[in-house]
Design a binder for this molecule. Structure first.
Ligand code: GLN
Length: 296
C-alpha cells in the first residue's frame, strides 16, 4: 500500500466532502485530519509534506465516511469552541452555536452594568453547559447553577464545568425550575423560601415542531429535546416566562434566546408577567436573537 502524506490526505478528504455536498469541505477535511493525526490545524498546514501513518489514515477515512453520512465535525471530534473555550460535545447535547455567544455577552453586559457581584445566577436548558460555563468563566464571583431535563446532557455539562471552571457550577436535573430543590421539601436547606436569582439565562428549544424535518442532516442528528419547542416553538419559552418572575430577585433579569420571528410574542409574554425594561439584542448576523426583561 502506498503511504500518503498530510497534504494529499487533506485534498482527498476535501474532494470527497465536496462531492458529497458538504458545505465547507476544505475546513471540515482539515479539522478531521488534524484530529486523526493528533495535530493542531496550524501544524497540519505547516507540514503538509509529512507522511501520514496508515493507522491514522484509516481513522481519517472513517471520519470522512461519517461526515459524508451527516454527522457534524463537532460531534466527530467531540469538541466545539464557544466564547473562546473548548467544550466537549456528544450526540446528547446541542452543539453550541456562535449565535448563542450573544446571550453570554448580553448576560455579562447586564451583570457589569448592574454592578452584580457574587450574585446567584441560573442557566436553564443548559445542555453542554456552554452558557453557564462561559458566564462563570468570565465572572468567577457568581454563584452559578444550571439545570437540564436530560441526565445525559448534564453529564457532559458537568465534565465541561470540571475542565473549564474547576467545577464551579452546581447542576440540577429536572424540568426547568422543578429541577431546583424546594424549600418546602425539606428542613435542611439554608433558606425557608425557594431560591431566587439575580440572573436567569435560557436557550430553550424554540423551533416549531413542523420545522424539525426540514433541518440540515447535521441538526436533525442533534437531540430533538433541545430543538423542539412545540407547535409554534414557544412551549418552553412560555413556561420559562411564566415561572421566572417568582424566581427572580427584585432587580433581577431574565435573558432568553429565541428566533427573531418570536420576539414580538415574547415581548408581550414578558410584559404580561410584569417584567420591565424589555429589550432585544441582535446576533452576529444582525437578527434579533436575545430578549431580556427585569423584575421591578
Ligand atoms: N438556533 C438553533 C438552531 O438553529 C435552535 C436552538 C434552539 O432551539 N434553542 O438550530
Amino acid at each position: 500500500m502506498v503511504r500518503t502524506n498530510l497534504g494529499a490526505a487533506l485534498s482527498e478528504g476535501s474532494a470527497l466532502l465536496k462531492n458529497g455536498g458538504v458545505e465547507t469541505p476544505a475546513l471540515d477535511s482539515s479539522l478531521l485530519l488534524a484530529f486523526a493525526a493528533g495535530l493542531t490545524r496550524e501544524r497540519l498546514y505547516a507540514h503538509t509534506d509529512r507522511p501520514l501513518a496508515l493507522n491514522k489514515k484509516a481513522v481519517f477515512d472513517g471520519l470522512i465516511r461519517r461526515r459524508l453520512a451527516g454527522e457534524s465535525v463537532a460531534v466527530l471530534v467531540g469538541r466545539k469552541e464557544f466564547c473562546g473555550l473548548d467544550f466537549i460535545v456528544t450526540a446528547d447535547v446541542l452543539v453550541p452555536r456562535p449565535d448563542t455567544e450573544t446571550l453570554v455577552e448580553a448576560a455579562l453586559g447586564i451583570l457589569s452594568a448592574a454592578g452584580m457581584k457574587g450574585k446567584p445566577a441560573l442557566d436553564l436548558c443548559t445542555g453542554s453547559g456552554a452558557v453557564a460555563i462561559a458566564v462563570k468563566h468570565a465572572r468567577p464571583d457568581l454563584d452559578m447553577s444550571a439545570s437540564d431535563i436530560s441526565p445525559a446532557a448534564l453529564s457532559v455539562a458537568r465534565e465541561n464545568a470540571r475542565r473549564l471552571v474547576g467545577g464551579g457550577v452546581t447542576f440540577y436535573e429536572g424540568d426547568l425550575f422543578d429541577a431546583l430543590p424546594r424549600a418546602s421539601a425539606g428542613f435542611s436547606g439554608p433558606s425557608l423560601r425557594d431560591r431566587t436569582f439575580a440572573l436567569i439565562t435560557a436557550n430553550p428549544p424554540y423551533l416549531p415542531a413542523a420545522e424539525l424535518a426540514g433541518l440540515s442532516r447535521e441538526v436533525r442528528r442533534e437531540p430533538a429535546l433541545a430543538l423542539d419547542g412545540g407547535a409554534d416553538g414557544l412551549d418552553l419559552i412560555r413556561r420559562v416566562t411564566r415561572e421566572a418572575p417568582a424566581r427572580l430577585e427584585s432587580g433581577g433579569v431574565l435573558l432568553m434566546e429565541a428566533d427573531g420571528s418570536q420576539m414580538a410574542a415574547l415581548r408581550g409574554l414578558m410584559a404580561e408577567r410584569g417584567l420591565t425594561e424589555i429589550s432585544v439584542r441582535a446576533d452576529l448576523g444582525g437578527r434579533p436573537r436575545v430578549i431580556c426583561g427585569k423584575k421591578p
